[in-house]
Each structure stands twice: as C-alpha cells, then as structure tokens.
Design a protein around this ligand. Sequence first.
Ligand code: C2E
Ligand code: CA
Ligand code: CA
Ligand code: CA
Length: 276
Amino acid sequence: VKEDGKNNVQFYTQEMNQSLSRKSKIALSIREGLERDEFSVHYQPQIDIETERIVGVEALVRWHHPTFGMISPAEFIPIAEESGMILNIGDFVLRTACHQNKAWQDAGLDPFRVAVNISAKQFSKPNMAEIVTAALTESKLAPEYLELELTESIIQEAALAISKMDQLKKMGIHLSIDDFGTGYSSLSYLKLFPVDTLKIDQYFTRNIQTDAKDAALVDTIIQMARNLDLNVIAEGVETIEQLAFLKAKGCHQAQGYYFQKPLVPEKITELYAPVR
Ligand code: C2E
Ligand code: CA
Ligand code: CA
Ligand code: CA
C-alpha cells in the first residue's frame, strides 16, 4: 500500500512536470516559430444560408512545431496570451489574412470578407487601430473586406471598448461578437456596441437537434439579432438537420464542417475561382 502510494505520487509528479515543460517549451518557442515560418493561416468559408454562396472566410492560425507537430490554437493561444506573444501572432494573422484576401480578389474571385480573431490583449493595445490600418494599407485591401471577431472578454472596460469599436467602424471595418452567449456579457452591450454580426457559438449549435433548451436559445438569439438589425451566423454547423433548423429560424449565415473545414488558401482559390 505504501509503495503504491509512493508510486502514485511519483506518477503524478512526473505527469505534472511533463505538462509544465510542454507548456513552457511552447511558450519559449513561439517567437522562433514565427521567425522560422512555422505558423500559417487556414480559412473556413462562411456561407449565406439562402443562396449557399460564400460571403466570408474566418482566418484560423495553425502552428506546425518542429518537435510537437501540429499544435492546436486552443492550446497555444492561451499560452501566447499569458506571455504577450499573442500580439506577434495576432499581427502575423492580421497581415497574412489581409494580403491573402487581396490576392483572392486579384485572382478574380468574387470578393468576400476575411474575419480575423482578435484577442483581448490585442484589442486593449492603445495603437490597435494603427496596427489594423497598417495591415490594410500594406495589403491594399479595402476595409469593408475585413472583419474583426471580438469576444465578450474584451468588454471589461466598456467605455473604452465602445470608443475603439467606433473608431474601427468609422474606418469601414466590420465587427462581430464571437462565441456569443458563452461569456458574461449583458444584453445591454448589444445596444451599446457598434457591431454588425453575432456569431452563435458551436457549443449551442451542436445540440440543437437533441437539446430543446439549446434549440430555444439558438432560436432566441437569431430572433433577437434580427430584431436588432444584426447579421447572425451560426458556427459549428455539421449536419443538414442543423442547417435546416437554422434556415427555418431565419439565421443568415452558417459556418462549419457541413460546408467546409478550415482550408489552405490554395484550396479556397480552387473552390471559389470563377469558371472560365
Ligand atoms: P473560434 O474562434 O471559436 O473558431 C472556431 C473553431 O471551431 C475553429 O477551431 C474551427 O476549426 C472549429 N470548427 C469550425 N467548424 C466546426 C465544426 O463544424 N465542428 C467543430 N467541432 N469545430 C468546428 P480552431 O481552428 O482549432 O481554433 C480554436 C480557437 O483558437 C478559435 O475558436 C479561436 O478562439 C482561437 N484562434 C484560432 N486562430 C486564432 C487567431 O488567429 N487569433 C486568436 N486570437 N485566436 C485564434
Ligand atoms: Ca472566431
Ligand atoms: Ca467562435
Ligand atoms: Ca469558440
């Protein structure tokens, strides 16, 4: 019994060391990874439910680490947020996405928006608007083809957040609230924030066929968005049944594996280039 106990303690200690060292290795290799082009951006189509045409793509960062292989952004983004490297990653994604969208337009694709995830740390930088302006100027992408996805976590200082959003809106950039419904936001923010789009989190979309409460929530969010003249998009749409539900409720757009997974830019070109 004693021995078992000891072994158990050793086992857990070792596990903890392993996970700690993976985390710190990740934290320490982000800068180098950016310099060595280990990061890339994939793009997931956003589809108009009525016309089934592409209206946008969401830019999603990918990291191929030399020893860990593919690391999920769900793992490294929180680490990058802690260390501050999220600013470097965010800048890379923003610039890459703007350049890529301009390249698609130059290749003759019908123009659509590119949506870029913005973390709370990035949003709270005083020079945030200048960074966005630089990415647009450099890439020559018109601001109307850029959307910034903001989560409810940026909303800690409401007055400051509103004035920044106003500034971005005046530049002609689209704003969306990502993961809507999962944060702690109050509904009054929807009145105060100059956003264009609500993104219904996949956490709700996932269960609309099986959970009456999730179905009711999704229905309510769609009707509320429509009543407020906001565009509404559901993410994580995987089945035709989910799509049918969203269509019946009047949801404008959908994004998810039912249509496409996040794709390399060449694949987007291939899928949506005009036929000649
Ligand atoms: P998110 O912003 O909520 O992005 C949606 C996530 O859902 C993506 O995961 C996407 O690949 C996944 N997804 C899309 N359709 C489906 C579906 O039909 N079913 C399921 N099960 N999943 C689907 P991904 O790419 O692993 O990204 C995870 C999270 O990492 C993102 O969640 C976002 O919070 C963060 N992230 C990714 N790229 C960036 C970035 O460039 N900057 C920042 N700040 N965060 C990022
Ligand atoms: Ca997002
Ligand atoms: Ca989301
Ligand atoms: Ca999410």
